[in-house]
Design a protein around this ligand. Structure first.
Ligand SMILES: [Zn+2]
Length: 436
């Protein structure tokens, strides 16, 4: 694999006095133009792929997209990147990640990280993970909590945005929330004060304060745990114990929305999902226990579902018990959701499985197995994901005005969705990070 060196788009500092003396003043350098020749383009929004397309990139954004001959005409001095033998797609988006976690199929593997690894060490691994994701074609991730590593996700995001390390664009949720005693680590030894995987939050005022704290420290999203302790009843409905009172959950959502932040809710059982929907969340995470009537509420309220099938499949074996039947329940719910037109966004829960073991694009393979067309699966990780993030004017499509975030694969992902697990070219914000 050949990794191109990262070209930073930071301007040079020109001493103001010198610039003022120069006569005549030099006209500013026009931004660098790149013309990408795409053999085939899946733009993230259209239902059809298009052949022989030119994509003109200027600086960090896309300037023009159209038939190659036409775009070539307005790009005479542009540097050429020839992807005429490849399929070009928008950079992929994973809407459910944990960069600060390295897999937690069991309680022991989770506790090991929180008890024996410093936040500094975990942040180094997080930066490594963000680079791995980028090289796999995930140019954007919504990271939904640090699992005890406080606000380290904000630091990793800053370092990426400042060009100090290569990595995906991050939308971060910082600490997440659950009430006292309802999230690990909980010990029978009451003399020990153990690290918390989340910020423990109690009461309506506590909920509003926690949202304000997290936003003040850089949270782009608010995440809370709606439920725990999952079990099936004889009618095959997956139930759960609900964490927050309705008043507390509403306070979290209301305060987040007041501060311009959207809310993601971990909700696996039908009771937890119903509570999250009553509270007015923007996305249901996991959602294994979605019943037909709950799916109707998602459609009616325009709530997104982020299924995280990859992690469900990964932890079912090691965890045993109810986790196996939950995979089957989720698959059924997925098929019903497709029929009802629920907005499904790709999210893997990577970090729940090791970043180094499974490529996040595996999620799309599951979606096609579960009944999506390859094009639907691609949209779930591009344009629909960008909508969830409120970033449709910046991300999720190959279209003029948007960030030049693109990937290319050798084959046709509409025939074989696993092509997305073999990305050959990655551009983020007009900079090439991978070219094979
Ligand atoms: Zn998660």
């Amino acid at each position: 694999m050949r990794r191109l060196s990262v070209v930073l788009s930071m301007g040079f500092l020109v001493p103001i006095a010198l610039a003022a003396q120069a006569a005549p003043p030099a006209s500013p350098q026009p931004p660098q133009q790149i013309l990408i020749k795409a053999g085939r383009l899946i733009d993230g929004r259209s239902d059809q792929a298009q052949a022989n397309i030119g994509i003109l990139v200027e600086g960090e954004r896309i300037k023009a997209v159209g038939p190659l001959a036409q775009v070539q005409g307005q790009a005479r001095t542009a540097r050429i990147i020839d992807l005429s033998q490849m399929t070009v797609l928008p950079g992929m988006i994973d809407a459910h990640t944990h960069i600060l976690l390295q897999g937690d199929p069991t309680a022991e593997s989770y506790n090991q990280q929180l008890l024996y690894e410093s936040t500094a060490y975990r942040a180094i691994l997080a930066a490594r993970n963000a680079r791995l994701a980028l090289e796999h074609g995930f140019t954007t991730m919504r990271d939904v909590e640090t699992e005890g590593a406080m606000y380290a996700d904000v630091d990793v995001k800053l370092a990426i945005n400042r060009g100090e390390v290569p990595g995906s664009r991050l939308f971060v949720s910082t600490r997440a929330m659950a009430p006292t005693g309802m999230y690990p680590i909980v010990s029978t030894n009451w003399e020990l004060e153990l690290p918390h995987g989340v910020q423990p939050v109690d009461g309506v005022e506590g909920a509003r304060l926690a949202v304000r704290e997290q936003v003040s420290h850089g949270a782009d999203w608010i995440k809370y745990y709606s439920d725990r302790r999952y079990y099936f009843t004889a009618d095959s409905v997956l139930h759960s114990w609900v964490n927050f009172t309705d008043d507390e959950a509403r306070a979290i959502v209301d305060e987040a929305h007041r501060l311009g932040r959207r809310v993601a809710s971990h909700a696996i059982g039908s009771d937890g999902i119903a509570a999250a929907l009553r509270a007015g969340v923007n996305s249901i995470e996991h959602g294994d226990g979605l019943t037909d009537s709950l799916l109707d509420v998602l459609v009616a309220k325009g709530v997104y579902w982020v299924p995280t099938v990859t992690v469900s499949q990964y932890v079912a074996g090691p965890r045993g018990g109810v986790w196996g039947p939950m995979v089957a329940a989720q698959r059924r719910a997925f098929q019903h959701a497709l029929r009802k037109g629920v907005k499904i966004v790709a999210g893997t829960d990577v970090g729940g499985f090791p970043w180094t073991e499974i490529n996040q694009a595996k999620e799309f393979e599951y979606y096609v197995q579960y009944g999506m067309t390859p094009m639907q699966a691609i949209k779930s990780g591009t344009s629909v994901a960008a909508e969830l993030l409120g970033q449709q004017d910046n991300l999720g499509a190959v279209s003029p005005g948007l960030f030049a975030d693109m990937v290319a694969v050798a084959g046709d992902p509409l025939r074989d969705i696993t092509e997305l697990q073999r990305v050959k070219f990655v551009m983020k914000g007009g900079t090439v990070y991978l070219s094979q």
